[in-house]
Design a protein around this ligand. Sequence first.
Ligand code: AP5
Length: 218
Amino acid sequence: MNLIFLGAPGAGKGTAATKLSGLLGIPHISTGEIFRNNISTGTELGKLAEQYISKGSLVPDDVTIGMVKARLSEADCAGGFILDGFPRTLKQAAALDEYLESEGRKIDRVVDIVLSEAKLVERLTNRRICAVCKLSYNLKVHDINDSVCPACGGALIMRDDDKEEVIAARMAAYHKDTEPLIDYYVGKRKLVRVNSEEVVSDTFANVLAALGIKGADQ
Ligand code: AP5
């Protein structure tokens, strides 16, 4: 299955995509995560991306499109993939369609994860990420102390772009550039919507139901 996870910052795309990737055995490709890895290792791409991410702006289309095409051409994507956070603009969506068509592939489904704006902000400000294993926690729902990863013992950190002033810019970029993709994929009859108000296991069950995946052990 070739899938896209759409949704506003903090909607729960990464959480659901990670679980689904494990279940289906296909790669989870998060453009945000690729940028963050490049930032932490100090590559040229990371230096460029950081200028935009730190302000809550989108990284330019040409950079992001080239990066995703290169990732999708890798062998592990031949049997399916989950794109999380890409496409984020109409230009990216058109480039993705064109690239996949040239390869004889296509997107099967686009999962739009939906959550109210107040909850989005609450989830982002309460998110902590393990610096080692990259698992994501919500301080409001996970019974953890806020500095140590219960899975691997790594340090839990807050993302720089989860500060409230940056969150406002990310939300504005989402409304202006990414929300139009909902109509784009409705027009292509590929969009399914999943509510993320519930707990993680319920949200994931909703994702499986929306994709018609049955009998999975969640
Ligand atoms: P990116 O990393 O993609 O960030 P985002 O889209 O803003 O999404 P988040 O990772 O913040 O949230 P999420 O929806 O994955 O939620 P999560 O599952 O973590 O991008 C970062 C930046 O990179 C962008 O701002 C941009 O600058 C740049 N970028 C990336 N892609 C780009 C592109 N295509 N073009 C241009 N620039 C690009 O969940 C959030 C929290 O809620 C967690 O704490 C989690 O534990 C918790 N949670 C999740 N689900 C539930 C639930 N059901 N119940 C309770 N808690 C839950």
